[in-house]
Design a protein around this ligand. Structure first.
Ligand SMILES: C[S@@+](CC[C@H](N)C(=O)[O-])C[C@H]1O[C@@H](n2cnc3c(N)ncnc32)[C@H](O)[C@@H]1O
Length: 200
């Protein structure tokens, strides 16, 4: 892996392409891969939009196809938990408040959710949450180095209940293998769903 010793901007270190497990068909992850979300024209409240306008630079990291320096973006060395699809951020904020010694990296595509999460960070004063607004598959593939994460949380991923839509589900074997490769030894994966056939 080619890595420069002193990153030009400390937020991200240039990488050509990160290693992925041999068994992961990376083309299946993107390229031909179908996204697990659709860009909905969802309602965003004025206060969520105001939070995005004012707070994105402070609490979010822009997607780049380069490994992110997590110690730099959180301003400390601590275990990092990745949460994919935090929705409105309620659970994320509760867990981050209960675990002040851990860093929480939340990835979400949904604008109103990002606005709501930023509002929560502002209102609670939580210091241990950062946000990336981008497709989590690309974030994990491109920005998270192998053997990095202390944990991964995925709570109630979109169920895509119709059988013909199952291919849109976020948690498919290639992506789960990729996630596993990003976990540090002893790291954990915590997922909740109320769809039995998704859990299976
Ligand atoms: C059903 S919601 C669950 C939200 C929250 N975890 C909860 O339990 O209330 C699933 C969320 O995952 C997000 N999502 C789906 N696919 C994603 C992806 N590839 N990258 C980032 N977020 C994604 C959606 O935008 C949505 O907000």
């Amino acid at each position: 892996m080619a890595r420069m010793t002193s990153p030009p901007d400390n937020d991200a270190m240039p990488e050509t392409s990160l290693p992925t497990p041999d068994t992961v068909d990376i083309d299946a992850l993107r390229g031909g891969h179908i996204k697990s979300f659709v860009h909905r024209r969802s309602h965003i409240t004025p206060s969520q939009q105001a939070a995005i306008d004012a707070l994105m630079p402070q609490w979010s990291i822009a997607y780049k196809p380069a490994v992110v320096n997590l110690e730099k973006v959180f301003g400390r060395k601590a275990p990092v938990i990745l949460e994919i699809g935090f929705g409105m951020g309620e659970t994320t904020a509760k867990i981050a408040a209960a675990r002040p010694d851990d860093n929480f990296l939340g990835v979400e595509v949904f604008n109103a959710g990002v606005g709501a999460m930023l509002k929560r960070i502002d209102e609670t004063g939580l210091q241990n949450i950062r946000i990336i607004q981008h497709d989590a598959v690309e974030v994990v593939r491109d920005m998270i180095a192998p053997d990095t994460l202390a944990g991964v949380h995925v709570y109630f991923p979109d169920p895509w209940p119709k059988k013909r839509h199952h291919k849109r589900r976020l948690l498919q074997p290639p992506f789960v293998q990729l996630l596993a490769s990003r976990l540090a030894p002893g790291g954990y994966f915590h997922c909740a769903t109320d769809w039995e056939n998704y859990a299976e």
